[in-house]
Design a binder for this molecule. Structure first.
Ligand code: AMP
Length: 574
């Protein structure tokens, strides 16, 4: 008779084998199921009701969010007719992607959550094949919910993970040794970020010897937790010493849950003070949680900028980016979880949706099936889902790095069009331009305007922030622009940025105040000369609107004459 752990191992191995063999036939079956299930929808009817792959390819157009927006608006307003899916829409999932400055929303249907949950439930058993014993302790995983809203038609709008954490299946799950968190559920679903983080950190400290992995969804979440510990360890130690939770955590259900874990423990309080009071925080995570085997946190894509900081705080623990998913769909898993962050590849799960790929840098791109992508090439991923997205461009660019059985594996390259991203925020080039123009208008009455600009993210400190370099054109010789005006320009730019940026600034605190660095006249010419000296064509040179190359950043920083920050928070309403 196999033990529960052995049975789980067998299930995981069977699952991986099944998913990575016969990819094409599985994809054909998934598409047939989706087309049969959604045949009666308004959307597919308009596309001539395709019933097989050939007619689907011939009749259904490849679309971006803008094409779906009118349908989603009708759903939000209360239209319950089978528009995109024949299954009832249960809620709307708000993604961090934006459209026209607002959050994108995607309709959710019942059975999609089940598919997601099943895959998620296999991720840690899969890790256990690589690092056995993960079922013998707990996870200090910082999980948060975000505020939810209602549409005029009464549907709840929330981020995917909020909907997952608040689901019955998660809240009332039977004991699962692979999903045994140090954080009580009441702390996870507490909407106040400070109280939630405080309670999660405190419970994590109290159970420090049981912790086998530390994580958050993305690297930024974990670094925010480290920063939180830096700012709050004295209060946390005081609570541990007295066995009493600070009154700053007022939520009754959180207080009740913490009371079940917190005991007076002067020895632990002393330990926390000794470790956190040291000037040197290198390796703090393994010092405080000595049995940690790895960091369970995504460090690919835009999160790659945080790898060295995480390495510093974790004393070099492996960083595991286990899955790749979005509000629209679950895409894939990392079958070599312990590899270096630069080598992470995701194997797309062919049972989750129908996947097609649009070759990048092709003059006349033709969609390619999952089973037919070529190693080394870059593609944009296009999905057709049970919830009613048909040939929808997600906006992620991926490179094929190899195959597992017949399943292609992909490295995440970047988000198409995203110029700046510190956390969930994504700012593209037209948006940055609009923000610069709006702020620049504040200079005009003072005889100045922005002649040139570029930008970058600065993540030396947590939270990271946007840095925008401005070269000013002074319309009248000798004019100067007051500091208050420049500070106001920073805020004006933030006001002009999208809703996810402003939410990250105001509600989550995961993005710091925007900074404008004014550079001396001639700096951008210097940047151009430098770029051309490295081989760029003088005819085709365009000022880069984002700089990442360290020598170019150094050049810009060496020309800074003044720097300015937003002195207030931008407006944000849910
Ligand atoms: P959201 O819909 O707000 O959950 O954001 C989903 C997006 O986050 C994806 O489309 C990707 O751009 C990014 N993302 C999710 N998982 C990963 C990952 N493992 N590596 C890199 N980027 C990711």
């Amino acid at each position: 008779m196999a033990s529960p752990a052995q049975a789980k191992d067998a299930e995981v191995l069977r699952f991986i084998e099944e998913m990575t063999s016969n990819v094409d036939s599985m994809q054909e079956r998934v598409l047939a199921e989706i087309l049969a299930q959604n045949a009666g929808t308004e959307y597919l009817s308009k596309c001539g009701r395709p019933t097989d792959r050939a007619t689907f390819r011939a009749k259904v157009p490849v679309v971006s969010y803008e094409a779906l927006k009118p349908y989603i608006q009708r759903i939000a307003d209360g239209d319950r007719s089978p528009m995109l899916s024949t299954r009832p829409v249960t809620d709307l999932v708000a993604s961090s992607g934006t459209s026209g400055g607002e959050c994108r929303m995607f309709p959710n249907i019942q059975d999609v959550g089940g598919r997601f949950q099943h895959l998620y439930s296999l991720l840690m058993p899969m890790m256990n094949l690589h690092l056995p014993g993960l079922d013998k302790g707990k996870a200090l995983h910082f999980l948060f919910v975000r505020p939810e809203t209602k549409t005029p038609g009464g549907l709840t709008v929330w981020p995917l993970l909020t909907s997952m954490y608040k689901s019955d299946g998660f809240m009332n799950r039977p004991h699962d040794p692979f999903r045994d968190y140090t954080s009580p559920m009441a702390a996870i679903v507490c909407p106040d970020t400070f109280q939630s983080m405080y309670a999660q950190m405190l419970c994590g400290l109290c159970q420090r010897h049981q912790v086998l992995r530390i994580g958050a969804v993305f690297a930024t979440g974990l670094l925010r937790a480290v920063r939180f510990l830096q700012l709050n360890w004295e209060q946390l130690a005081a609570d541990i010493e007295a066995g009493v939770l600070t009154s700053r955590v007022a939520d009754e259900s959180v207080r009740d849950a913490v009371a079940g874990i917190l005991r007076p423990d002067p020895e632990l309080a002393r330990f926390v003070r000794d470790e956190c009071g040291k000037a040197e925080w290198a390796g703090i995570l393994v010092r405080v949680w000595p049995n940690t085997k790895f960091l369970d946190v995504i460090v690919t894509g835009t999160m790659a900028q945080y790898v060295s900081t995480l390495r510093h705080y974790s004393g070099g623990l492996p960083m595991v980016s286990i899955s790749y998913a979005s509000s629209e769909c679950f895409f894939g898993v990392n079958l070599r979880p312990l590899c270096d962050p630069t080598e992470v590849s995701y194997t797309i799960m062919p049972n989750m949706a129908y996947f097609e790929f649009l070759p990048v840098d092709d003059d006349d791109p033709v969609l390619v099936d999952l089973a037919r992508v070529e190693a080394g090439r870059e593609y944009e991923i296009v999905i057709t889902t049970f919830a009613g997205l048909n040939r929808y461009r997600v906006g992620d660019l991926l490179r094929v790095s190899g195959f597992h059985n017949t399943a292609p594996q992909f490295q995440f390259v970047r988000r198409a069009n995203a110029l700046l991203s510190v956390d969930a925020d994504k700012t593209d080039e037209p948006e940055l331009l609009r923000a610069v123009e709006r702020a620049s208008a504040l200079l005009r009455p003072h005889g100045a305007s922005v002649a040139e600009y570029t930008s970058r993210t600065c993540t030396d400190r947590i939270p990271g922030h946007y840095v925008v370099y401005w070269e000013l054109l002074l319309l009248t010789a000798g004019v100067t622009v007051d500091k208050e005006i420049m500070d106001g320009c920073c805020l004006e730019m933030e006001e002009a940025l999208n809703t996810v940026y402003r939410q990250s600034r105001v509600v989550v605190g995961s993005v710091g105040p925007l900074e404008i660095r004014v550079v001396r006249p001639g700096t951008f010419e210097g940047l151009m000369e430098y770029t051309i000296s490295r081989g760029a064509s003088i005819n085709q040179y365009k000022t880069p609107r984002c700089v990442t190359f360290p020598p170019a950043i150094k050049l810009l920083d060496s020309c800074v004459v003044s720097n300015h920050f937003s002195a207030a928070l931008p407006r944000w309403t849910s």
